[in-house]
Every structure is written in structure tokens, then in C-alpha cells.
Design a protein around this ligand. Structure first.
Ligand SMILES: Cc1cc2nc3c(=O)[nH]c(=O)nc-3n(C[C@H](O)[C@H](O)[C@H](O)COP(=O)(O)OP(=O)(O)OC[C@H]3O[C@@H](n4cnc5c(N)ncnc54)[C@H](O)[C@@H]3O)c2cc1C
Length: 408
């Protein structure tokens, strides 16, 4: 059976790998000039810049299935974070993984001692049992979940909000509590990491698992008419079509797919003569998520992100707005002094369509729209590398199963 996949993002690549493994022939049509969708890396003046600050949580079960971590040469952030609060930086970490930092964490004015004990309780709770049990379709929002766990508003505002605003782009903590549980489990069981040569290596490693010529770049799918596609003006026939594009494109090609809208983010990449900190640790703003929500010296996480003479720093915020970069620069002076005025802006990534506002919440991970037409992508599960990988794999298995039963 020939399957046409629309989009070579993480979900389309994952579906292609699984369908190929199950013996199907696959063509992937990708409108841009390379595979990876939202997970790509560019080389700018010898430095590596991901398209928006992103991390791989090494405990992601789907990533563990399909990625070769050793070949990616993963470089990890230190557990926890360095939190900026009241004019100083405070180290907050997971004392189980970094027992030496126990005292520092306990003393940090980021939540009370009770909050720190609750964090350990939360950790124990989310790490119990099978990971899929965490996706309970909880009616609670992230904020309600933290309140129900008994966290103080200090702990939420100074640590949990900026942490999750960075990962889920949801500073209001209005998204599902299940996402929070899942992410907290991932953070507790593994590390936050990047491939030594940039996040785009994840996509390239996936693409390299496909037979040569499977991914057709610069091929835009203009229409889906049953199992026929119009690609760059030409008609392509397939036995089944899997639309693995982002939610807005999926809606354009198949209007039955509801476009829920997008969460946005800005990442600003700087070059600096010297790094403002030596440790590969994520810095969080314990005061507000705007203008700076997080800062990371990427060249301390992996030297390949920087160059000999210069450090590469990325600063992110879960908003896109005029004046943001100038406001970030002002805040940088407050954090690290006037020398930051000499930092050179390498690139500003204003990503309006970063993560869908919500996902279908159906753990099936894909949608069968009609005979031969299937939808997958992060919007059908949860917006993450893990969600996109899983969605593609589950869609592929369902397509293969239907083709087997049609033959029987
Ligand atoms: C800035 C940012 C930060 C993020 N941070 C993290 C993080 O730290 N950790 C994490 O796990 N996740 C993170 N995510 C989320 C994660 O990157 C996405 O959930 C995932 O990459 C989505 O993959 P996808 O395949 O579903 O969609 P996409 O990556 O959007 O792939 C869809 C593909 O379809 C192609 N396409 C679109 N229209 C057409 C057409 N008409 N014809 C042919 N091809 C088409 C696109 O070019 C694209 O390649 C982040 C996302 C962003 C943007």
C-alpha cells in the first residue's frame, strides 16, 4: 500500500518510519526546504541557533523508542534552575538527583520548606505507575493542580509558573493538569538536554531512518481530494493520505479539523564576549514571565552552539510583542550589568505558531477523518516532541492495521 504523508515534521517522520517498518511504501511531501518542521537548527556566523529555544526531555518514552541518544551526543542541563528573585540568583534543584545542593535548595527564598517537601511528594506521585495513567483527562488546570497540591502562591509564581511557561508556553497555567504531571515526571526521571549540534539533529536522525528519497522537500500539498493530493500543481494518487501538518494547515486542507489557535513565543539569540554564568543551568525569572522568562547559555550546554571567542545565549518569553527585545535588554542590565549592552543580537525568533492552544486530548493520538484520510500531529495528542512522535507512530499503526484488515 502506498501512503502519502503531508509534512516532514516530527510526527510525519515518525509515521513514515513506522509505516516503512511495517512494510508499506511511503512518500512524504514537505513544503519547506528540509525535514523537522518546528525542530530545526541553523548555523549563523558559525554558531548554532535552534528555531526557538527547545529542549529534549530524555525520559520521553517515544524519544527513547526511536532516537539513538548516543549518536545525538546529548548534552544535559543541570537539574533544576537558577531563579532570579529580589535582586539575586538562587539555585533550586531536585535534591534526590543533586543531594549536595540540598541545603542551597532548602535555603533558597523560592517557596517555603513545606513547598519543598510538597515538591518531593509531587515527584513521588507522578513517577508512580505507568506513564499513560497520567493522561486522565483531568478537568483541573495546571494552576488548580498546583493549588490542590498545596503549593504556596510564592512557589507557583517564583518557580512553577516560569518553568512551565517556558515548556508549555502557558504563563497563565490554564492548560491541562495532565501536561504538568507528565512534564514533571519527565523532568524527575531524566534530564533536559540538547543534541551537541543542535535540536535539528533529532529531525535529521529521524529522516535518516527512512529509505533514501522518501522526503520530498519543497513540495507543497495544495489540496487533499479524497486520497488524491495536489502537490506543486500536480496530482498524486495514494492508497491512503496522512496529514501530519500543523493544525492550521490541517484545517486548510481538511476543514473538518478545527483550528484551536496558537500559543506564541519569542526567543532572542545573543553573542557575548563572555558568558554571564559558567554552569549549564536554566535561569528562570522568579518575578514575571515578561520580558525575560528564561535564559540559557547554550554554549555552556554544548560548545558547538558558540564559537571560540564568543558565547551563545538564548533568552525566551512566552509572548510576541513590540518592544520585547528592548525590554529584555534593559532587564539584562539589571541582572548582569552594563556589559550586557555589548551583547550582539544574532537573531530574534518571533514564533506566532509555536504550540497549538490545546490538543484533542484523545489519547488515540490521531484522527481517522474518512476512508483513507488520516490526521496526526502534536495537535492530536500533546504539543511536544514526545506527543508528535507518538501521534505519528500510532497513526501509522492504525493505517497499517486497516490495510491488513481490508486485504483479509
Ligand atoms: C519555539 C518552540 C519551542 C518548543 N519547545 C519544545 C520543547 O522544549 N520540548 C518539546 O518537547 N517540544 C517543544 N515544542 C513543541 C514541538 O516542537 C512540536 O510539538 C513538534 O515539533 C510538532 O511536530 P509536528 O510534526 O506535529 O508539526 P510540525 O513541526 O509543525 O510539522 C509539520 C510539517 O508540515 C509541513 N507543512 C505545512 N504545510 C504543508 C503543506 N501544505 N504541504 C507540505 N508540507 C506542509 C511544515 O513545513 C512542517 O515541516 C516547541 C515548539 C516550538 C515552536
Amino acid at each position: 500500500m502506498d501512503i502519502a504523508i503531508v509534512g516532514a515534521g516530527i510526527s510525519g517522520l515518525s509515521a513514515g518510519i513506522e509505516l516503512t517498518r511495517l512494510g508499506h511504501s511511503v512518500e512524504i511531501y514537505e513544503s519547506s526546504d528540509g525535514p523537522g518542521g518546528r525542530v530545526r537548527t541553523d548555523s549563523v556566523d558559525g554558531k548554532l541557533l535552534d528555531r526557538g529555544f527547545q529542549i529534549l526531555l530524555t525520559a520521553y518514552p517515544e524519544a527513547q523508542r526511536v532516537l539513538d541518544y548516543e549518536a545525538l551526543d546529548l548534552r544535559s542541563f543541570q537539574p533544576g534552575a537558577l531563579v532570579r528573585h529580589a535582586g539575586d540568583f538562587h539555585r533550586v534543584t531536585d535534591p534526590i538527583r543533586e543531594p549536595k545542593q540540598l541545603l542551597t535548595t532548602v535555603r533558597a527564598p523560592i517557596g517555603s520548606l513545606t513547598d519543598k517537601v510538597r515538591t518531593l511528594k509531587f515527584r513521588r506521585e507522578v513517577c508512580r505507575g505507568e506513564v499513560e495513567q497520567l493522561w486522565t483527562n483531568s478537568p483541573l488546570t495546571a494552576q488548580q493542580r498546583f493549588e490542590k497540591l498545596g503549593f504556596s502562591s510564592q512557589m507557583i509564581d517564583r518557580f512553577l509558573r516560569p518553568l512551565f511557561a517556558g515548556i508549555t508556553l502557558d504563563p497563565e497555567l490554564s492548560g491541562s493538569a495532565s501536561v504538568v504531571d507528565f512534564v514533571f515526571r519527565m523532568l524527575s526521571l531524566g534530564s533536559a538536554a540538547v543534541p551537541a549540534r543542535g535540536m535539528g539533529q533529532i529531525s535529521l536522525q529521524l529522516a535518516n531512518q527512512l529509505p533514501d528519497g522518501t522526503v520530498n522537500v519543497n513540495h507543497t500539498v495544495e489540496q487533499v481530494r479524497g486520497t488524491e493530493l495536489i502537490v506543486n500543481g500536480e496530482t498524486v494518487k495514494a492508497d491512503a493520505v496522512l496529514v501530519a501538518a500543523d493544525i492550521s494547515t490541517a484545517n486548510k486542507l481538511c476543514p473538518e479539523v478545527h483550528d484551536v489557535g496558537w500559543k506564541s513565543t519569542t526567543s532572542v539569540w545573543f553573542a557575548a564576549e563572555s558568558a554571564p554564568l559558567l554552569d549549564p543551568v536554566l535561569v528562570l525569572n522568579g518575578g514575571s514571565t515578561d520580558p525575560i522568562n528564561s535564559l540559557a547559555v547554550m554554549s555552556r550546554v554544548s560548545p558547538f552552539y558558540g564559537t571560540d571567542g564568543e558565547a551563545t545565549i538564548v533568552i525566551s518569553s512566552p509572548v510576541v510583542r513590540p518592544g520585547l527585545v528592548e525590554d529584555m535588554q534593559e532587564q539584562l542590565v539589571d541582572w548582569y550589568g552594563k556589559k550586557t549592552k555589548l551583547w550582539n543580537v544574532l537573531r530574534v525568533d518571533e514564533i506566532h505558531k509555536a504550540q497549538p492552544k490545546s490538543s484533542s486530548g484523545q489519547r488515540s493520538g490521531f484522527v481517522r477523518l474518512s476512508d483513507g484520510i488520516w490526521i496526526c500531529g502534536d495537535h492530536t495528542l500533546d504539543s511536544s516532541i514526545n506527543g508528535a512522535l507518538r501521534s505519528g507512530r500510532l497513526a501509522a499503526q492504525a493505517i497499517a492495521a486497516e490495510s491488513t484488515s481490508a486485504k483479509a
